[in-house]
Design a protein around this ligand. Structure first.
Ligand SMILES: *[C@@H]1O[C@H](CO)[C@@H](O)[C@H](O)[C@H]1NC(C)=O
Ligand SMILES: *[C@@H]1O[C@H](CO)[C@@H](O)[C@H](O)[C@H]1NC(C)=O
Ligand SMILES: *[C@@H]1O[C@H](CO)[C@@H](O)[C@H](O)[C@H]1NC(C)=O
Length: 426
């Protein structure tokens, strides 16, 4: 009878349909991590829950970092820790070039025949050999407006650092959250764990008392109180690769020129292109302020002074070179009323506009300094866009589409990066 022969197939189809539906509803479409600003180090910090039993681990956010690394020397207790062995597919994926050995009693960070990598502390300029490993983490999902339920990643890979490697990091921090352009960075691992697009966004608060946010994956909806969806107003520019160093985990964009108050600033444009692997513009979260090669810095500061010639200057306060009397500067919705600085991108009509809130740093009751730092004549990357210039801006890194999306100042939209609603949906 035909009906009996077809029954098992139908049954199987039903089961697999149900299973797929169930699987889908138990998979997050996007994840969320909170970000706070440490007032003394000016580092941006996040926190993950890792190990068995789960403990909170405080980390400095490193946008161009290769991967997650945490200190395993002190206080790493976990029954779910497992080292990654040499010559395994995961070890190959990590581009490890060393097989590590440790002859002391086995513990996290010290095992025989393990895949070795060299974690880097990009703040303190330290590097040390470390064991490649895996452990469980738990992380909150999001629909783009609120946090959702918590999900588990049973084997998130990371590298063991040491107590020495923490030098220069904020107090209480025990590692760095690397978000860089590698196959084992946090965004790559989150995307592959839950099969969502290789895309993430950062939104750092300018306030040390409110919490900013990072989104991983998702359909591009980023909602801040009072119900403002930022996704609809992002501007895009290509993410480019430094051909000489294709392995660089940094995110580069092409700045073609810079305008202040709409006037083009004459720059040595060859510094804005890559030349033998040097030059260009990247984005960094470990530099508190934008750093520029000396000739660019001088051109920008001189042009800015000229545009603001009606405002008296005051003695400069390190690390800045140009400060003004704040009494003579009015305030606007987007911060101190000063000339706009435009980073002109792939076309004249596409620019990242920097308003007073992101260009002027208040160093005292009476002084506002231009928040750029002279990086010297020998910079590897000519312009490094730093944290202060990113605050209250949403910046999306879309690796699938190889493009960067940016919102410019959210203050214009009467919200801030500190306005994400961290109350979980019921
Ligand atoms: C994205 O997902 C959220 C939550 O499911 C939904 O409210 C929103 O409409 C979606 N947005 C787009 C652009 O699809
Ligand atoms: C511009 O920068 C390049 C690269 O550093 C340098 O070789 C050249 O001398 C500079 N040109 C001028 C006019 O300063
Ligand atoms: C924040 O989200 C929660 C949960 O969805 C909601 O009940 C609450 O009203 C929201 N808060 C504000 C200020 O809108």
């Amino acid at each position: 009878m035909p009906s009996t022969t077809h029954l098992p197939i139908l049954f199987l189809l039903l089961i697999s349909a149900t299973f797929t539906a169930a699987k889908r509803s138990f998979q997050p479409r996007a994840l969320l991590l909170p970000v706070t600003k440490d007032p003394s180090s000016l580092q941006y910090l996040t926190q993950i829950n890792q190990r068995t039993p789960l403990v909170p681990v405080k980390l400095t956010v490193d946008l161009g970092g290769q991967y997650l690394w945490v200190n395993c020397d002190q206080g790493y207790l976990s029954s779910s820790y497992r080292p990654v062995r040499c010559s395994t597919p995961l070890c190959t994926l990590s581009k490890s070039s060393a097989c590590g050995d440790c002859f002391a009693a086995p513990k996290p960070g010290c095992n025989h025949n393990t895949c070795g990598l060299n974690p880097i502390n990009t703040v303190g300029n330290r590097e040390t050999p470390g064991e490649f490993a895996q452990d469980i983490i738990s992380i909150q999902s999001t629909d783009g407006s609120n946090p959702g339920r918590v999900f588990i990643i049973p084997r998130l890979t990371f590298v063991c650092g040491s107590t020495w490697l923490l030098g220069g990091l904020a107090s209480g921090v025990t590692g760095m959250a690397g978000l860089g352009r590698t196959d084992i960075s946090l965004p790559s691992q989150f995307s592959s764990a839950f099969h969502f697009p290789r895309k993430f966004a950062i939104c750092f608060s300018s306030s040390t008392t409110s919490t900013g946010v990072m989104f991983f994956g998702g359909n591009g909806t980023y909602v801040f109180q009072p119900y403002i969806d930022i996704s609809k107003s992002l501007i895009y520019t290509p993410l480019i690769k430094n051909r000489r160093t294709t392995a660089s985990p940094d995110y580069f964009i092409r700045v073609k020129s810079i305008k202040i108050n709409g006037n083009n600033v004459p720059l040595n444009t060859s510094l804005l292109n890559f030349k033998k692997g040097r030059g260009g513009t990247k984005i960094s979260t470990v530099n508190p302020y934008t750093v520029m090669e000396t000739s660019i810095y001088n051109a920008i500061t001189n042009a800015f002074i000229k545009e603001l010639s009606n405002v008296p200057r005051v003695a400069a306060v390190s690390p800045f070179g140009v400060c003004f009397s704040s009494k003579s500067i009015g305030s606007t919705r987007v911060g101190p009323g000063v000339p706009q600085i435009d980073l002109v991108l792939q076309r004249e009509s596409v620019y990242w506009r920097i308003f007073g809130a992101n260009s002027m740093v208040s160093v005292s009751d009476s002084a506002l300094c231009l928040g750029f730092v002279d990086g010297g004549v020998d910079m590897e990357t000519s312009i490094v866009i730093g944290g202060y210039q990113l605050e209250d801006n949403l910046v999306e890194f879309d690796l699938a589409k190889s493009r960067l999306g940016f919102s410019s100042s959210l203050l214009f939209r009467q919200t801030t990066c500190g306005n994400f609603n961290f109350t979980a949906n019921a």
